[in-house]
Ligand binder design. Structure first.
Ligand SMILES: [Zn+2]
Length: 355
């Protein structure tokens, strides 16, 4: 069953592109796939960006790349699924259109609604074009350095992520994200470039995209590019109906109040005893959970209470800390992984029995 949820555009050398990224998105008009012919037309690589409509770095890099008229090493197919979302109400305001599902949670059935249709069509097009790999470019909603996210440890994943960053999270959380569909014939990785609108994130996306487009082999491991790996994060979530606030002191009516500068820990090490926020009272304890990939709540293994202050109970690597109440409530407040504190070393078996 085919649907028409993604417009396919074969890019010709004569194609004129709008000066601004907003103009470019208006030119696309709706969820699109751009096929940029490469020097070697027998091979194809894939890129995806703007699955989340408020994450601009990837589509800015793509727009810049198209305007540069560079010719990629091999055919490049570039998915831009969130065109409508990025233009909804105001440019790059919404992660997903209010009332719809988060598109990067839709890469598993059901497919009936609009984001489901786009996700399903994207997977059909991957089957048609059969790319050798796929990189899905995102931004975090809080500020912080870039990192990759993969669904399992694999050398080709690491080679792809190393085009952009040295930090890599290996997660067994399964949410319906695109990178969870990584397979032997097409490794898929997510790259989080850093905060939306941060010039450093834009640079990460731009430089990584150029490397990805230009290299002959993007899947061979590079021993010079050892990555820092973090395994099996949990998601610190608030249960439905709970209230969250950001403030420098407990906010009346909020079950959890988080200090506004918590995001300074993004991808840094939070030592044991790091302050996460104030809980309103005993009943607020029921608001929190920190599930791992098996669905087990690890809250009181990773965190502890001192009075009503929520603290880390061990050194943690925290990431994707958001300062947006809507994203914290609809997705999660942050991810946390126990601090490993060592790099991957060649020849060492890093398969893990944790979790
Ligand atoms: Zn995203």
């Amino acid at each position: 069953m085919e649907n028409d949820a993604i417009r396919v555009i074969e890019v010709s050398p004569q194609q004129e592109w709008a000066d601004s990224v907003e103009g470019f998105l208006n030119q696309l008009g709706r969820a699109s796939l751009l096929l940029i012919p490469g020097r070697d037309r027998t091979r194809t690589r894939a890129l995806c960006t703007l699955l989340h409509g408020n994450e601009s770095s990837g589509v800015q890099a793509l727009h810049r790349y198209l305007r540069s008229r560079a010719v990629p090493r091999v055919d490049l197919i570039c998915f831009v699924p969130g065109v409508e979302t990025s233009l909804h109400e105001a440019l790059f305001r919404h992660r997903y259109i209010p009332g719809e599902r988060d598109m990067n949670r839709c890469f598993r059935p059901p497919w009936e609604d609009r984001p489901g249709q786009v996700a399903q069509r994207l997977l059909q097009l991957l089957q048609e074009y059969w790319p050798e790999c796929l990189i899905d470019i995102h931004n975090t909603s809080g500020s912080g350095p870039a990192f990759g996210v993969v669904a399992h440890e694999e050398q080709r994943h690491e080679a792809l992520v190393a085009l952009f960053t040295r930090n890599l999270v290996v997660t067994d959380l399964r949410l319906g994200a695109l990178m969870e569909l990584s397979a032997a014939h097409c490794p898929i990785v997510t790259v989080e470039c850093g905060g939306t609108g941060d010039p450093r994130a834009e640079q990460v996306a731009w430089e990584g995209l150029q490397r990805y487009a230009a290299a002959d082999d993007v899947l061979a491991p590079n021993p010079q590019m050892a990555l820092e790996l973090y395994h099996h994060p949990v998601r610190l979530e608030l249960r439905a109906g709970c209230r969250l606030a950001y403030g420098t002191r407990p906010v009346a009516g909020a079950d959890l109040t988080v200090p506004p500068d918590l995001e300074r820990y993004n991808f840094g090490t939070a030592p044991s005893g790091t302050f996460i926020g104030w809980l309103a009272g005993q009943e607020a304890l029921d608001c929190l959970c920190a599930r791992n990939g098996q669905g087990d709540d690890q809250l009181w293994r990773l965190f502890r209470l001192e009075g009503m202050r929520l603290l880390t109970a061990q050194p943690l690597r925290l990431f994707m800390i958001t300062h947006r109440v809507d994203i914290a409530l609809s997705d999660c407040l942050l991810y946390a992984a126990p601090e490993a504190g060592h790099s991957r070393l060649p020849g060492v078996d890093h398969s893990t029995s944790a979790g």
